[in-house]
Design a protein around this ligand. Structure first.
Ligand SMILES: Cc1cc2nc3c(=O)[nH]c(=O)nc-3n(C[C@H](O)[C@H](O)[C@H](O)COP(=O)(O)O)c2cc1C
Length: 178
């Protein structure tokens, strides 16, 4: 399978990157093809709602790193989002990417894709990730994709907090199970 992993954090050695690495390790061991898009290190302009993509058929007005991502996104059988929680939601780097899906709504909808959400955050309550999880579920439902897993790693403020938890193993096993 072709698996697209979209990360959001600027911390290459951070908690959400660690989950992404664990997932990728499992998926690679299972023989899948991985393409990783680290959104924090890419140039992705936020959608401005100009509707040019719909009205002209020429795609988005912003010719940025979404041009690199879009072919991978369209080809992916599984799309994985690995984000830190920022103010009770996925972070802006990933949200900018998701909003830009709009230019390819028709091709992305009902494309039989599967999706995974992996979240890391400092708080000790699940509630802190509810907004992000609800937004993800809404997106998956709208696109008619299948949610195949949500890993919500609470009480993980920095890397040392996550390495000895069950979360990396869960991410690895999810990747390995595909
Ligand atoms: C701008 C900002 C906002 C944050 N907001 C939250 C929050 O709302 N709830 C929470 O539990 N942690 C919050 N955190 C903590 C991060 O989610 C946590 O440190 C996470 O592990 C960072 O992931 P990373 O190492 O992959 O960057 C915030 C951190 C930053 C920098």
């Amino acid at each position: 399978m072709n698996i697209l992993v979209i990360t959001g954090s600027a911390h290459r050695k951070g908690t959400s990157a660690y989950l992404a690495d664990s997932f990728i390790k499992g998926a690679e061991e299972a023989g899948h093809e991985i393409y990783r898009f680290d959104a924090a290190f890419k140039n992705v302009h936020p959608c401005i709602g100009c509707d040019s993509c719909r009205n002209t058929g020429k795609g988005c007005v912003f010719k940025d790193d979404m041009q690199e991502l879009n072919p991978k996104l369209l080809k992916a059988d599984v799309v994985v989002f690995a984000s830190p929680i920022y103010y009770y939601d996925i972070n802006a780097q990933i949200k900018a990417v998701i909003d830009r899906f709009y230019a390819n709504n028709a091709a992305l909808k009902s494309a039989g894709k599967k999706a995974v959400l992996m979240l890391t955050y400092g708080d000790e309550t699940d509630e802190s990730a509810e907004g992000a999880a609800a937004s993800y579920r809404g997106m998956v439902k709208y696109l008619e994709w299948e949610n195949i897993g949500v890993i919500s790693a609470k009480a993980c403020y920095v890397l040392e907090d996550i390495v000895h938890t069950e979360y990396p193993k869960q991410a690895y096993e999810l990747g390995r199970s595909l």
